[in-house]
Design a protein around this ligand. Structure first.
Ligand SMILES: Nc1nc2c(c(=O)[nH]1)N[C@H]1C(S)=C(S)[C@@H](COP(=O)(O)O)O[C@H]1N2
Ligand SMILES: [Mo]
Length: 543
């Protein structure tokens, strides 16, 4: 069936003052039909109804939203170069960018589907069905989701298709004929179209809005289960070191990062569904006695509190994906010893409620460092953003190989058996944190006034400790900076250099040396595959 079309629809968007030109479209069999440009509107409205009702049903059923499911599948499958590009362009806004990208892609696809549907209704129906199928497959494939997660995308599709069909339905000539002898069909009824598509769009907006309200209430109800405080019952020697005042040399960077300012990195598009009353951490695999621990089991165990600087492998030289907190939790080694790690276990492999994974050497878990299942952060229960109810914290390792948030289980296994999330995506299997340093004062491009000034920042070499920080100004000799209190080898150390300065342009570089005597490398390397290197450099003008 070929519709006669004047071809103006795409290039010449219909508007109210265009008169009947676009509207007098008649099908080959003489029935008035929708102009193709309006088909785009129909596609977008029908697509919106499908997506938002899917979100709405998902909210009511408390299963994953089809959009988040597709987005998460995308994150899991995206080629590393594209992921890198997204981080480079959008930084920690990469998820917002992904959401915008998904909505834009869907809108364009729906628009095309709608235009095709004007010509061939079946093509439009198949188009929507394909998107519904993608949403369905994505939803059932998400970790922790049952087959029920298929219902929202299926229901959304089942509503989107009739909306498409009804909005494209040609006006019935019999009812629309002009009374009189000419019996000319009146044509496509724009008013009816606007009313019906407007109503469908209103339904979509309402469904989407309600879905968002349900989602924020879901997150709020999880937050309500977070205890106000944790029992401060520490194992002998388990209480954390207090941070002496002289650990902080510059007010620009607090030694302990407040929870609200702590960097956040994860692949989660929405918080996992956390049900504290049924939540457990299982420790299994190559162990003699598998353990299964509830939140209360963990809280009831001897606790430790340790100040640890977490760092993301994606941190650029001088970047901000690094923060320090006092973490409270249960020593991992105690739990592993209780479970009885078998010979042949090489990897501590952990999985989160949202299906993210990481793995690090068993030897690291048992070498005496304060690797823990953390329950608290800076005197509070772990915030949702940072892994409530529990996460792993392993001093000295980048987060991507160790710091699983929203912990679900820990499996003792071999390197050959499984790989953590980022390893098949081109990142190194082993992720020890590299010795690095950062200038926080003065800011890049800042105008400094001549006279007595200060250069200050942080340096880190987690689990080795920072022994020395040196600064070079305009490629001059390396001058030793004064170091802040040495709180722990597992955290960063602040440094400051007094600077008597005269007007001019200056370039400042910094380098740190760890307690093994190794100085950070000057070789410039990108974060991929195992952490960025090079000296952080800042340029300032002294006036
Ligand atoms: N479930 C889950 N845990 C995760 C991640 C993730 O994507 N999902 N990212 C890891 C990475 S790459 C880092 S750097 C740290 C960051 O922890 P933070 O967000 O608390 O700073 O969490 C780790 N734990
Ligand atoms: Mo990371």
């Amino acid at each position: 069936m070929e519709w006669v079309n004047n071809g103006a629809a795409m290039t010449d968007p219909p508007s109210d003052n265009q008169g009947p030109r676009v509207e007098e479209v008649t099908s080959a069999d003489g029935h008035p039909s929708t102009p193709r440009g309006y088909g785009a509107i129909v596609g977008v409205v029908a697509g919106a109804v499908a997506v938002t009702t899917g979100m709405f049903v998902a909210g009511v059923m408390d299963v994953i939203s089809p959009i988040d499911a597709v987005g998460s599948e995308f994150i899991d499958r995206v080629p590393p170069w594209l992921k890198e590009l997204a981080i480079r362009w959008f930084g920690t806004n990469d998820k917002r960018a992904l959401r915008v990208g998904i909505v834009a892609t869907l809108a364009i696809a729906a628009l095309i589907v709608g235009i095709l549907a004007v010509r061939r209704l079946a093509a439009g129906i198949v188009g929507i069905a394909i998107f519904g199928l993608i949403g369905t497959l994505a939803a059932v494939h998400r970790p922790g989701e049952s087959g029920l997660a298929a219902l929202p995308p299926l229901i959304g599709t089942a509503l989107g298709i009739p909306v498409l069909v009804l909005l494209l339905r040609p006006s019935r000539p019999a009812a629309r004929e002009i009374p009189g002898p000419s019996r000319v069909p009146l044509g496509w009824d724009r008013r009816r179209f606007l009313v019906s598509s407007g109503s469908a769009a209103a339904v979509a907006v309402a469904a989407g809005g309600i879905a968002q309200i349900i989602e924020s209430r879901r997150v709020e109800s999880i937050r309500k289960t977070i205890p106000e405080s944790l029992p401060q019952v520490f194992a002998p020697g388990g209480g954390g070191p207090t941070v002496p005042a002289d650990a902080t040399l510059s007010s620009v960077t607090p030694f302990v990062t407040p929870n609200a300012d702590f960097y956040r990195i994860d692949t989660a598009l929405s918080f996992p569904r956390i049900n504290l009353s049924s939540w457990k951490v299982d420790i299994s695999g190559l162990v003699d006695r598998p353990l299964s621990l509830t939140y209360n089991d963990l809280l009831g165990r001897p606790q430790v509190e340790r100040i640890v600087t977490l760092c993301c492998v994606s941190n650029d030289v001088g970047g901000g994906y690094i923060s320090t907190a006092s973490f409270q939790g249960v020593m991992l080694a105690d739990l592993l010893n209780e479970a009885g790690v078998q010979k042949g276990a090489e990897q501590v492999f952990s999985t989160s409620l949202d299906g993210w994974t990481s793995g690090f050497p068993v030897s690291v878990a048992l070498d005496g460092r304060d690797a823990m299942i953390a329950l608290g952060m800076n005197g509070e229960a772990l915030p949702l953003e940072h892994g409530f109810p529990a996460r792993l914290v392993v001093p000295g390792l980048y987060g991507y190989v160790s710091a699983t948030k929203w912990l679900r289980n820990i499996k003792l296994t071999t390197w050959d058996a499984v790989e953590g999330f980022w390893v098949p995506r081109g990142w190194s299997r082993d992720g020890p944190i590299k010795t690095e340093s950062r200038i926080d004062v003065p800011r890049d491009g800042e105008n400094v006034t001549a006279g007595a000034a200060k250069i200050a920042g942080v340096a880190w070499a987690q689990h080795r400790g920072v022994d020395k920080v040196e600064v070079s100004i305009n490629d001059g000799p390396w001058q030793a900076a004064r170091l802040g209190a040495d709180v722990t080898d597992d955290a960063w150390r602040q440094w400051v250099l007094d600077w008597q300065v005269t007007p001019g342009d200056y370039t400042i570089r910094v380098r740190a040396t760890d307690k093994t005597g190794a100085t950070q490398t000057a070789d410039v390397a990108p974060p991929d595959p195992d952490g960025a290197t090079g000296y952080h450099t800042r340029s300032v003008k002294v006036v």
